[in-house]
Write a protein of this length. Structure first.
Length: 329
């Protein structure tokens, strides 16, 4: 609804008519030119730069495809449904960004690998803020949620110095291929938890073996993939997000080798350095020692996390941005 003054009359946003003497937009190219001139009014330089580029490419796309009125309305209805599908536990827009490869692209540009540091991967739509705190060695999954997995490793800086007190958020599917948020009834968070590395940088916890899963197919993004003839599967993986003061926040995931969907991940999250191998353990005493309540079998995943400092990360981003700008010229 428009703003109203004290007498109830509709008022503008307060920005005066620009002194630009724009021609009437009675030809397609004048629409684009006028809009670009108006975009120069944007007070923030970065906002102006981003929108000049967006408008140029969006208008070019409309012209190059000779998009029909019906097609454009279909696109608008699709975006409307995407928004309407979002809830506080479902993020269809992130899913859309993921399947279009934009999330992976933004992630790759913003988190260039610095030296030997751990590479990033897409956040995905299933992170939640309500993961419970778990002590080292505890399980992030309720009993019966899947086959046993034990995860351990250390958190280091690039020089090999342990990082103590790093906060590690970790989340995964259960053995059925669902995140807890996908169940109609979610009494509490499950298959997710938050722990801290100890004074030696060590972290260790129990989990379940994640399985490959389809990204949600019951919404507009699912319909889009069907229209494009694309599978909606992700290879199995374990999500991790690591934060420590002075270091770049790392959002990543680990992908066990041998999964048929590794090279055609629906959201383009897999990187070679993140493909890992489990060790199969079959030892009853060892299973008890690590806290598993029954049986003798579990998989062991050992992975060290190496975080660049904020300064190192900023320098790498600036260098990459400069290269990209030079390539665009
Ligand atoms: Fe995932």
């Amino acid at each position: 609804m428009s703003s109203a003054d004290a007498e109830g009359k509709a008022v503008s946003n307060g920005i005066p008519a620009p002194d630009l003497d724009l021609p009437y937009p009675d030809k397609p190219e004048i629409i684009t030119e006028n809009l670009q001139k108006l975009t120069e009014l944007a007070p923030n330089e970065r906002t102006q730069f981003i929108f000049r580029n967006l408008i140029a490419k969006l208008h070019e796309f409309v012209k190059e495809t000779s998009i029909t009125t019906d097609e454009w309305m279909t696109a608008i209805q699709f975006l409307t449904r995407t928004g309407q599908t979002c809830t506080n536990l479902r993020q269809e827009f992130i899913l859309l960004s993921d399947v279009l490869g934009v999330s992976a692209l933004v992630d790759a540009l913003n988190n260039p690998q610095v030296g030997n540091t751990t590479e990033s991967s897409v956040l995905g739509p299933f992170f939640t803020e309500d993961a419970p705190d778990v002590a080292q060695g505890e399980s992030i999954a309720s009993e019966g949620k899947g086959d046993y997995l034990y995860v351990e490793g250390r958190v280091f800086d690039p020089q090999g110095k342990p990082i103590a007190g790093a906060v590690i958020d970790t989340w995964e599917t259960d053995g059925n291929g669902f995140y807890d948020t996908q169940y109609a009834k979610r009494e509490k968070p499950d298959c997710r938890g938050r722990l801290r590395s100890d004074s030696d940088g060590k972290y260790f916890y129990r989990a379940v073996v994640p399985v490959p899963y389809p990204i949600p197919g019951d919404g507009p993004v699912g319909d889009l993939l069907l229209a494009l003839g694309r599978p909606n599967m992700r290879p199995n993986h374990l999500h991790m997000m690591i934060e420590a003061p002075g270091y770049r926040k790392l959002t990543t995931a680990l992908y066990p080798d041998g999964d048929e969907w590794l090279s055609c991940d629906a959201v383009f999250g897999v990187k070679k350095s993140l493909v890992i191998n489990y060790k199969d353990i079959d030892d009853e005493a060892e299973a008890r020692r690590r806290g598993f309540p029954k049986g003798s079998k579990f998989k062991l995943l050992n992975f060290d996390l190496i975080l660049p400092t904020v300064e190192e990360s900023k320098a790498a981003f600036a260098q990459l941005a400069k290269q990209n700008a030079a390539n665009a010229l």
